[in-house]
Design a protein around this ligand. Structure first.
Ligand code: GLY
Length: 402
């Protein structure tokens, strides 16, 4: 039986906010301003190389290759970086690049791969942001087309958006009826579509998916599964598994970060305080499992010899913690703690994981895209995006694209 968001929070163990984050962050504003300015300069330096092309999802030897935008889930993080750089500097060349890249997002809707839950990532940071900043109706219409395609992936009986593969397939497969924690960050496109059109259907799908995720992906100990499969015909829960974490029962730190940020935003759109409280519970698990420098290992349960960090998880979490601090009631005495944790994380990323002084065309070292495939200790383009978003959040007045 479906439980209420409040009952779901009550069923989840809360590790509490670690004491080290209740102290004022030692990271001062000037250090974050400087880190932002260094990052924007790097984006500027690489703009010609990636004017109408996109950095590969992760780098090789800290250097991204150029790719197109017919497949994959990461192209929009570069476009989002261009929009952020435009907002911070006011320089037209960043906006022109973002608008040139938007043409590929329009083409992709007709000719490329759109059979994925990642439409939220792809069209929020490109078309929704583009519409907000330029008022161009073409971008609004692209984002609404993407929202329609994402809503089509909703499966009624289990109440979830299928993450990968053909959602209309009738033969059994690993992907059929499987949701993943990352999708929490694709829901803002649906919430936005309801606000834009006045049609409540998109938000209803997003809310149902958020609740199903809380029911099955969030574990009673406050950690998360990466993926969870349900029976498509009758909704029966089948079980959790992983794609990029250490194993089915481990806690993949990037997944936990997607959930922290995703629930903070869902709480805002749905005006549901329980989602902010769930985000806090997930954040407390995350913060209680961090290394001394506030950057997580790629999976909290991986064996000690697989000691790779994932700076991209840290950058996502920093944005999520800041959003959570904005969504909790001001009287909640954890608000300051989450803000401190966000600043401490950003300060550590700037001090310990910057590519400054290398030949890299990225921003952060030590991202872990897919450890099992040997893809770690590299820049990840979404990590770079969230790092800059986090710095903008910490230093500017900014309205989120999500
Ligand atoms: N959304 C895919 C990932 O986090 O790797």
């Amino acid at each position: 039986m479906a439980r209420t968001p409040d009952a779901l929070v009550a069923a989840t163990a809360d590790h509490g906010l670690p004491e080290r984050y209740t102290e004022r962050s030692g990271v001062d504003r000037a250090a974050l301003d400087e880190a932002l300015s260094v990052a924007i300069d790097r984006v500027d330096d690489t703009l010609d190389e990636f004017y109408d092309r996109f950095p590969s999802p992760s780098s090789r030897d800290l250097v991204y290759d150029a790719t197109d935008n017919m497949d994959g889930w990461t192209a929009s993080f570069w476009t989002g970086l261009c929009w952020l750089a435009y907002e911070v500097t006011g320089k037209r060349r960043f906006r022109d690049a973002a608008e040139t890249q938007l043409e590929t997002f329009e083409r992709r809707l007709n000719e490329g791969n759109v059979d994925t839950h990642d439409l939220g990532f792809l069209y929020t940071l490109s078309a929704v942001a583009g519409h907000r900043l330029s008022g161009n109706e073409r971008y609004r219409s692209m984002a609404l087309s993407a929202a329609d395609l994402l809503a089509d992936r909703f499966l009624e009986a289990p109440g979830l958006i299928q993450a990968w593969g053909d959602h209309e397939a009738t033969e059994e497969s690993w992907e059929r009826g499987r949701m993943i924690v990352d999708t929490m960050m694709n829901l803002p496109l649906l919430f936005w579509a309801s606000e834009e059109t006045g049609d409540p259907r998109y938000a209803a799908i997003a809310e149902t998916h958020a609740r199903t995720t809380a029911q099955h992906i969030v574990r009673p100990d406050g950690s998360t599964y990466h993926t969870f499969k349900c029976d498509v015909e009758n909704g029966t829960p089948i079980g959790g598994d992983t794609a990029q974490g250490y194993d089915a029962d481990s806690c993949w730190s990037r997944g936990q970060a997607w959930a922290i940020y995703g629930y903070a935003i869902a709480g805002d759109y749905a005006d549901e305080g329980a989602y902010a409280r769930l985000s806090a519970t997930l954040a407390n698990y995350y913060l209680s499992h961090l290394e001394d420098d506030s950057v997580p290992r790629w999976d909290f349960d991986a064996p000690a010899e697989q000691d790779h960090r994932d700076t991209s998880a840290a950058a996502i979490a920093a944005c999520g913690l800041d959003e959570l601090a904005r969504q909790l009631p001001l009287a909640d005495d954890r608000v300051r703690g989450y803000r401190n944790a966000a600043r401490t994380t950003l300060g550590s990323l700037a001090e310990n994981y910057s590519t400054v002084g290398t030949d890299s065309n990225g921003l952060l070292t030590d991202g872990a895209y897919d450890v099992a495939n040997g893809d770690y200790d590299e820049c990840c383009i979404w990590g770079d995006y969230f790092y800059v978003e986090g710095l903008v959040r910490a230093t500017e007045h900014w309205s989120r694209y999500w």
